[in-house]
Design a protein. Structure first.
Length: 87
């Protein structure tokens, strides 16, 4: 009985974990967002693929691309400063 319950709970937990990790929303949001107009990172000014490939996020309907995850954190700390560079 304990083995069956443990197997069931393990399977259920694995299913919930996979479902939480595979949300299609960011892809759909990026499809509807205004495309990013620059070839450089909005925060650092580096080439988008200088750190292994760009990181894309959508903010208020605008796609933003970064050279790395630390730039995402810097952007989120002062969005207005960086979004002004797009105007």
């Amino acid at each position: 009985m304990k083995t069956t319950l443990r197997s069931f709970l393990t399977t259920a937990l694995l299913g919930l974990t996979l479902a939480a990790c595979s949300s299609p929303e960011p892809v759909q949001a990026a499809d509807k967002a205004k495309p990013y107009p620059l070839q450089k990172c909005l925060v650092s000014g580096n080439d988008l693929d200088s750190m292994g490939g760009p990181v894309s996020k959508v903010y208020n309907g605008q796609e933003i691309k970064f050279c790395c995850k630390p730039c995402v954190k810097k952007f989120e700390a002062n969005q207005a400063k960086y979004l002004a560079k797009l105007k």
